[in-house]
Design a protein around this ligand. Structure first.
Ligand code: PHE
Length: 372
């Protein structure tokens, strides 16, 4: 053939589509980032094995944001200015994603988060305007918070809820608010609304206060490291009422920290259950187990589905530019995933159902499905 060296090289770089990955691979919520990356990688390997997208292979450039806002922002800057990626996948948490959404908007590079559920991630609460470059493939927290309120009132038959939230986390603050609205609307009373911060380890004094107010339910919309300590310490103090939680509880670490005894009478809202009787879910669980040796959690499932959402968008992109990917993401419709059918709506969210899970013997056990 007549192609010279440089031409071949040029061609090579055209043959891949770079995907920037900004994830919590270490730090406070490390298990979130690791599971998400595992699920995402599994799907990318499948997509590449099937020939890639329009002849191009997908290649990730990944950095660890250490579960920190400042680091998530510098990772985003690095991906955009140094690696010149046309799309960023991540972050997991709402706070870490919000830490770089403005950087992405200013540089006009789209962001696709599989997991950040706070409504403000895709819509600016001050103007009500949709953030042009930010997209997600998960449901949002008004749905998650009110679903738990309804479940607590109707199925657990509780009436006096206490809330314990991380007031440094927009995710936690948002969920507390949505739960409160739903719980009050359903006739319940919120008897306490207490705070902690992300570095707290000892929750005994705030739990003493909560105990004295005699709630019959405690809602803790937070992440597993703190939740594990809270539930463990509460049980040690003789607080035996039901706990309600959110997707942030979803980590194998939670069971290690709290112990399965303490997790009895705990219920959470989540994106998926590996126990669902669906051939697509079964196939995913088996493939994942074979590759990584454990059962995929919701983060792995969302990472997996989000790769297919991205693939669906990229298929419709003629020239791979951030602008074209952004436009294609807007039009993603009906991607059949293991977490449900995914369409990106006008608010750049995905409308999907959720599951309510109960910890039985330390295992998240399917209780019910809630329609969107
Ligand atoms: N929804 C969480 C947030 O916005 C992240 C998360 C998703 C955690 C799924 C666990 C499982 O911060």
């Amino acid at each position: 053939t007549s192609a010279c060296g440089t031409k071949t090289e040029e061609k090579k770089s055209e043959e891949v589509i770079k995907i920037g990955v900004n994830l919590e691979l270490s730090g406070n919520v490390a298990s979130f980032g690791q599971s998400t990356l595992n699920g995402f990688t599994l799907a990318l390997e499948e997509i590449n094995a099937a020939g890639g997208i329009n002849g191009k292979k997908l290649e990730i450039i990944k950095y660890d944001n250490k579960s920190e806002n400042t680091e998530a922002a510098s990772v985003a800057t690095r991906l955009i200015t140094q690696d010149k990626v046309p799309i960023i996948f991540g972050a997991v948490t709402s706070g870490n994603t919000m830490a770089f959404m403005n950087i992405a908007e200013t540089n006009k590079v789209p962001v696709l988060t599989p997991t950040a559920t706070n409504p403000d991630v895709t819509v600016d609460p001050k103007t009500g305007k949709v953030r042009e470059y930010i997209f997600r493939t998960c449901f949002i927290d008004p749905f998650q918070g009110t679903a738990m309120a309804k479940f607590a009132l109707e199925e657990l038959k509780v009436k006096r809820a206490a809330i314990l939230k991380d007031n440094t986390s927009p995710y936690s603050v948002g969920l507390a608010k949505f739960f409160t609205e739903g719980f009050k609307a359903g006739g319940g009373e919120v008897v306490a609304d207490e705070n902690f911060t992300v570095n707290d380890q000892d929750f005994r004094s705030v739990l003493t206060k909560i105990k004295s107010l005699n709630p019959d339910f405690i809602y803790v919309p937070a992440y597993y490291e703190q939740v594990g300590q809270i539930v463990k310490q509460a049980r040690e103090m003789g607080i035996n009422v039901a706990f309600g939680g959110s997707d942030g509880w979803d980590s194998p670490k939670l069971i290690e920290i709290a112990g399965k005894e303490a997790l009895k009478n705990c219920y959470i809202t989540n994106h998926y259950s590996p126990d669902r009787d669906d051939p697509k879910v079964k196939e995913f669980v088996n493939k994942y187990k074979e590759k990584y040796g454990n059962v995929p959690d919701a983060l792995a499932a969302l990472g997996y589905d989000t790769a297919y959402v991205l693939a669906a968008a990229l298929k419709n992109v003629k020239e791979v530019t951030p602008e074209a990917i952004k436009d294609a993401l807007k039009n993603v419709k009906d991607v059949e995933g293991v977490t449900g059918k995914i369409s990106i709506d006008e608010q750049h969210n995905a409308k999907k159902g959720l599951v309510i899970l109960e910890f039985v013997d330390g295992k998240q056990t399917y209780r019910k499905f809630v329609e969107p």
